[in-house]
Design a protein around this ligand. Structure first.
Ligand code: NAP
Length: 243
């Protein structure tokens, strides 16, 4: 049974990843920050199906909390096979309105968190000569999003981190890849109206927007033992919005 940590798994894409891994028979560790009730509900639902799941609270933008979370995981489960860096926040603002606090919060939550979690996960993975890291970026990290400059910069940073780390860890038996979702219906996009979704779907070659399951499928694929020859890649799950 693989031990799989998914950050920000209380809701949305992370929650769907937790369900997907658990249904494959993996032991899922559901990280949350604020949504304790949602994380515990998901955990109970999975356990009620006879699947293996537990919850762990940590603000992944805080290096001390990340360190404590990994210590607890080591104590409870010994090692981690798969790390999915999914936790993230979004904010829509004109570039000239972005404050120092907005910038720091965005970079800490969406980029530094990936650094903290990869750093904590890597040494044991190197010792075991085995591991899978999947980082959730965004299509805006690939092509840039207007009124989301800080978000786009953080997500582009995640892509750079992924590619460089993949090169460094290839000989250690660890793969590091990115999934870059397009428009996915979750709380993060709940500010969009039905008209907005229709307009975005029309701009998309598949004529649809995506679901958390679409993203989870790509994450599970990259984590599979058969995907060991894929590293340093960015898989776009955007219905062809980005090609
Ligand atoms: P969501 O529904 O808003 O969920 C965000 C998740 O991140 C929640 O579980 C939240 O946990 C967690 N989180 C936020 N800050 C955290 C922190 N400091 N520490 C720990 N967990 C934290 O968002 P989503 O749409 O599922 O997004 C998941 C990922 O996909 C994000 O990285 C996002 O940027 C990326 N993405 C989403 C879309 C989209 O269209 N939805 C597109 C491209 C990329 P709590 O509620 O417990 O605080």
């Amino acid at each position: 049974m693989r031990n799989v940590l998914i950050t920000g798994a209380s809701r949305g894409i992370g929650s769907e990843c937790a369900k997907a891994f658990a249904s494959l028979g993996d032991n899922v560790i559901i990280n949350y920050c604020n949504s304790q009730a949602a994380a515990e509900k998901l955990c109970s639902e999975l356990k009620a199906q006879g699947l293996s799941a537990s919850c762990i609270k940590a603000d992944v933008s805080d290096p001390k909390m990340v360190k404590a979370m990994f210590c607890e995981i080591e104590k409870d489960f010994g090692h981690l096979d798969v790390l999915v860096n999914n936790a993230g926040i979004a904010q829509t603002k004109l570039f000239t309105d972005i404050t120092d606090e907005d910038w720091q919060r965005m970079i800490q939550t969406n980029l530094s968190s990936v650094f903290y979690c990869c750093r904590a996960a890597l040494s044991p993975m190197i010792r075991r000569h085995s591991g899978r890291i999947i980082n959730i970026s965004s299509m805006w990290g690939q092509v840039g999003g207007s009124c989301e400059v800080h978000y786009s910069a953080a997500k582009a940073g995640v892509i750079g981190l992924t590619k460089a780390l993949a090169k460094e860890e290839g000989l250690s038996g660890i793969t590091v890849n990115c999934v870059a979702p397009g428009v996915i219906r979750t709380d993060m996009t709940s500010n969009l109206s039905e008209e907005d979704f229709c307009a975005l779907a029309e701009e998309t070659p598949t004529g649809t927007t995506g679901t958390p399951k679409d993203v989870a499928n790509a994450v599970v694929f990259l984590a599979a033992p058969e995907s060991g020859f894929i590293t340093g890649q960015v898989i776009s799950v955007s219905g062809g919005f980005v090609v």
